[in-house]
Design a protein around this ligand. Structure first.
Ligand SMILES: C[S@@+](CC[C@H](N)C(=O)[O-])C[C@H]1O[C@@H](n2cnc3c(N)ncnc32)[C@H](O)[C@@H]1O
Length: 608
């Protein structure tokens, strides 16, 4: 990777972040000194800034901002060992500081400790990069920025073969941060997608040429292609392909299969290129891949594309069925989420940000139901919040449950029982719960209110339910996109989803689809299917929610999202936070306020 560029970016990053952070309880002298240090640094007086930081550290040896700034100053003057030392001390004081992890990753990279660098880059990504997008950090590599610029300006065709020159490819291949990002999060943005799509095709051609006439390939190149293959696996191969490219990938896959069946040593680069088009665990020779020893450069690829999915297939047999699933819509919804388990997630960002606070300790014996748990991120969040509770998490889709089970066990929780069940039949299980969570699920039922009432019947009096429902006002753009899909006759297959995405991208010149193309779900097949192709989607309004609560005698405890609550309080300072009539007025004035969903809690009255 381009270290210099990364260092410059890190400096800019600090400048942006250098507004005084938490100054409560910090002596005035320290606050003043730190302000001066930042100012000196911004004005290019590194030595003076460093001296001021040292004064801060003499007063407060664990002062994070000061250690971070010292780390960056040392980094920019090539004193990488000192930088590693300072940033490690900063992280010891504040283990969930994304900026420090990012900066430490850069310093480790500068001293060629790539494994340590990757650990800290991934931690920074998991921690949300201090509110910045991973994509923004990727474009800080000037080579990548230049290519993205060309793509936006020239609208180059996918089959153009001379898009990357050798030094451009090398610079991209060396970019460790890009590699980390591709390995662990679904990346967003049209320009970046176009770049990665072309990069994949360039690598495919490279790997094919290499299979015909093998020559040494750098570890960076193999690692980069392997990371790109993981990105494609994560987004379920959502990138558009020309027919020529598809044929090309099939030929390389067949060659790999021949090599494996013939007992030949396949090249890592061939395996990684094939994995960028086909999930390895689905290849007929998957077991043969596992029998061979592969270099470290593709270790993560083998883990994520072979070991983990095979483990899930085995784990699926451990999932029991609590109810039959035999009703029309439930069956269709089940098929959708079996073909495309949702949400796609790999990096456990909750674990990265884990602090002691937040866990409810008084939860021994508490019984919790997570209804429609999907791939487990939600259930795991509940498990972390209530580590001593007994949690039952149900869903229609066994592959989603198997994914959830693997992730939960990996995270070290054994208090979640996963089972297949239809909410509409759950009353048959004859169990009751102190708390029920149903987020993003009821609106996919044939009749959401019926499902909601069934869940209420399982809730103990006084128990709380956390509910997430789509807002009609916020989903108008989705309705328009669904109309386009209907008009063009796109089906919910991977090929049609790819075509539909191209169509949306290409007709977005006026920003008409901006809300859709900026939605993270647009960047994976399962996300797109959940977002735009759902077999069943109801939308709610606040009066509809309010009517249900009144009819069923349950109390509204409040919405969840702090920013929305703040806005409401600013606009309706006199109103109670539980006044749904006022919330309805608020939503009329702010139709996108619940763009994610209405997420709220209700309480079942003791004598309901
Ligand atoms: C959009 S996903 C949400 C998953 C999870 N709650 C989350 O927030 O990550 C919806 C999930 O609801 C499940 N689902 C839909 N209808 C259901 C039903 N009748 N019974 C049980 N699960 C259902 C689907 O299988 C799918 O996994």
């Amino acid at each position: 990777m381009n270290r210099k560029a990364r260092r410059i970016a890190a400096k800019r990053d600090l400048a942006r972040r250098s507004s005084p952070s938490d100054t409560i309880g910090v002596p005035h002298t320290v606050v003043d000194l730190m302000d001066k240090a930042r100012q000196s640094y911004r004005q290019g007086h590194g030595a003076q800034a460093e001296s001021l930081c040292r004064q801060v550290l003499a007063l407060m040896p664990a002062h994070v901002d000061s250690l971070n700034l010292m780390g960056i100053i040392a980094q920019s003057s090539g004193r990488h060992k000192l930088s590693v030392k300072m940033l490690s001390r900063a992280i010891a004081s504040d283990p969930i500081n994304a900026a420090c992890h990012y900066n430490l990753g850069s310093s480790y990279q500068a001293v060629n400790q790539h494994e340590n660098a990757a650990t800290h880059f991934k931690k920074a990504i998991a921690l949300g990069l201090s509110g910045n997008n991973t994509e923004e950090f990727i474009t800080r590599n000037p080579t990548i920025a230049t290519y993205l610029d060309r793509l936006e300006k020239e609208q180059l065709l996918l089959h153009q073969t001379d898009f990357f020159d050798a030094s451009g490819l090398e610079s991209i291949a060396n970019d460790l941060f890009l590699r980390c990002a591709m390995e662990c999060v679904v990346l967003r943005g049209r320009a970046l997608e176009m770049l990665l799509t072309r990069l994949r095709f360039a690598f495919l051609r490279f790997a094919t040429a290499n299979a015909a006439a093998p020559r040494p390939v750098s570890d960076d190149l193999v690692s980069c292609l392997s990371a790109l293959a993981l990105q494609c696996f994560l987004n379920e191969y959502v990138y558009f392909q020309t027919p020529d490219e598809t044929q090309h990938s099939i030929r390389l896959r067949n060659l790999l299969l021949e090599q494996l069946n013939g007992g030949c040593e396949g090249e890592p680069i061939t395996l990684a290129a094939v994995a960028a088009y086909f999930p390895l665990y689905q290849l007929p020779g998957a077991d043969k891949i596992l029998k061979r020893e592969w270099p470290k450069t593709i270790g993560e690829l083998i883990t994520q594309q072979l070991y983990q999915p095979l483990e899930e297939l085995r784990g699926a047999s451990a999932i029991s069925a609590l109810t039959a699933i035999d009703q029309g819509i439930s069956l269709q919804v089940m098929r959708q989420y079996e073909q495309n388990p949702y949400p796609r997630w790999s990096l456990d960002s909750q674990a990265a940000a884990l602090t002691e606070e937040g866990a409810q300790q008084a939860d021994v014996g508490v019984e919790i139901l997570v209804a429609g748990c999907g791939t487990g991120r939600h259930a795991l969040q509940v498990a972390r919040q209530y580590p001593k509770a007994q949690i039952l998490a149900i869903d229609l889709s066994v592959p989603s449950l198997a994914y959830a089970r693997r992730k939960t066990l990996e995270a070290g929780f054994n208090n979640v029982a996963y089972a297949q069940a239809d909410i509409l039949k759950l009353h048959a299980i004859r169990r009751h719960f102190d708390r029920i969570e149903v987020v993003g699920v009821l609106h996919h039922l044939a009749d959401p209110e019926t499902g909601w009432r069934i869940l209420l019947s399982l809730l103990r009096p006084g128990g709380e339910m956390r509910v997430g429902l789509y807002s009609e006002a916020a989903r108008r753009g989705i309705v328009e996109a669904r109309a386009l899909i209907k008009q063009r006759g796109y089906r919910p297959t991977r090929d049609d989803i790819r075509k539909c995405r191209e169509d949306i991208f290409n007709s977005d010149g006026d920003g008409r689809w901006r809300r859709i193309t900026s939605n993270a779900d647009f960047y994976s097949v399962s996300g797109c299917r959940d977002l735009l192709f759902n077999v069943m989607e109801h939308q709610f309004t606040i009066p509809r929610i309010s009517k249900f609560l009144d009819e069923n005698k349950i109390s509204f405890l409040g919405f969840e999202e702090p920013q929305v609550i703040q806005l409401f309080q600013r606009q309706f300072p006199e109103a109670a936070l539980t006044d749904l009539q006022q919330w309805h007025e608020f939503e009329k004035a702010n139709p996108m306020a619940f763009r994610h969903m209405y997420v709220f809690s209700v309480c079942k009255q003791t004598h309901a």
